[in-house]
Design a protein. Sequence first.
Length: 616
Amino acid sequence: MRNLQTGKKVLAGLAGGALLAAGLQFAAPAAFGDDAVERTISGTLADSTPFRFTVPAGWNGTVFVDLDGSGNPSAVARALIDGGAAYGGTSRNVTGWNIAQALDNQVEALERLGAEIGEPTRAIAMGASQGGFVAAGVAQRHPDAIDGVVAMCGGLSGTVSQWNQKLDTVFVLKQLLDREGELPVIGVQDVTASTNGWRSLLAAAQQTPEGKARIALASAIGQLPAFAQGAALPDPADLDAYQAGWYGALSGGGLPYIGQAMSSRRNIEIFTGGNPSWNVGIDYARQLEKASPEAQAAVAALYAEAGLSLEAELALVNATERIAADPAAVARFAEGLQFNGDISVPVVTLDNLGDQISTIAQQAEYARLVGEAGNGDLLRQAFVPSAGHCGFTDAERVAAAQLLLHRLDTGSWGDRDTVEALNAHAESLDLGVARFVEYTPDRFNRSPLDQDLEGIPVTAEVTDESGALTLTVAEFGTGVELVRTGTAPDRWRFSGELPTITVTDSRNAAQAAGGGWATSGQSTAFVSGANVVGADHFGWDPRVIDSRPGVTAGDRSETAMDGGNGLAVPSTLATATDEGRRGASVLGAGLFLDVPVGTPEGAYTAAVTVSLFPVD
């Protein structure tokens, strides 16, 4: 084992592009069970969450576990049960936004099923909405417990990332439509009153050219679909229809974006104990530039029609006092889960273009993370052109599941991952229409892996006329080389030093408002060709080099081999109080990588991203 080093990331594209799809004739494995009747296995998990599985007569050894699988089988579940698989799972009613616990519950439910009927030959995590998020999360958090994933409409940019983007949308609306009002962006207290207030305000704005333009601007920055339920997918050249699509996604239908931005925000803040979202340092003119060309053109045209200056309104939003996050809330929210692309089982995602809750650009972020981790061939993404949250037919859901079964049966995607093949198979199921299309989502605009950054060096800057809070990284050449420093029966240890990090805080007292700052870091997986060592095997031991009161190093991040998560999750490098924040703080960290004995030799590379943000 040699040449393990951190350095610049090697970008790997998805095999076959960002498309997906497949058609197939499902061939079930040989019969596994001998029972002549269908059975129901149910009970209660350790945290009081109910679980239930339906096991068919002649069970073939495959089981699907679903966050929302504890009720009576749906038509989709029934189709898979009739194909010989067991289907079931848990309920989200107990865990709510405690995604980390929900991930663990999927594994516990499988263990409880196995204790009753014998260990499955293969287990598949499947689900929609939060269930799709959890299914994909199981692949990252508990890869040894499952064999594959079907994740539908799950918002796979990660918890912190997607709610930062939702904050952006509502923040822009607040500054342009309710600047002196009392409608909330964060800190929602009365969900019903807040939702009704926002919907009334948006309905009034939709009646004027100025209001329509501002709704379009916020929607474009938030990467909402211009596609409302009950309407056809609009032509971007039809400006009225395109803007109406944005308004419909934002405030129309039974589950509007603005309603979920209020209700889920309230529940998330209760769970995390604070606000896990921030927009400090975000340039909203640049966020608009990251929108699709069609969206940018529509916003510009609507502003021209309204006689408003787009530049002036963006400057107004940018000049507004920003929202800082509670670091403890960010850390707790990130536990469940920020995706890092570290997957070792096949994953099929299914999403619809007009999903106003799990917006489509988030799926591009997941594909990007998986590709950069070198795991692109394990992922296939499917898309259908429908509006609404999780707007799929049963045929499309079952076809996605059977695409994964084909991959598990044969060890290859073969020629099944084409739109034509997937549509043909879905149409043969007699479960509804099939509408799979080739599609490449826009790049997600709130990624922790900003497109201008490639790991270290990293700069995060918040500026105004009075001073700034900045982070700089010392010169590190072509990378940080880790050298072998120890051997144990189960591992080889490689060690090194993080380049010196300097945080400079020249903000005045009014700018800092009694707060300080925090820095955190996260790593991608180590990749060498087809071989991967997860980021949870990579840890650090932070320190403050120029120690002084008010600046505190973060806790040591132990690796998975010592029971920790390593740098697979955001880990604090240091924090500063208002007392200690001023001036320059020099930070460092010892790096250590625990490589399981027997890992294939090679030059393994990863990238560490260090982030800085102000705190209250």
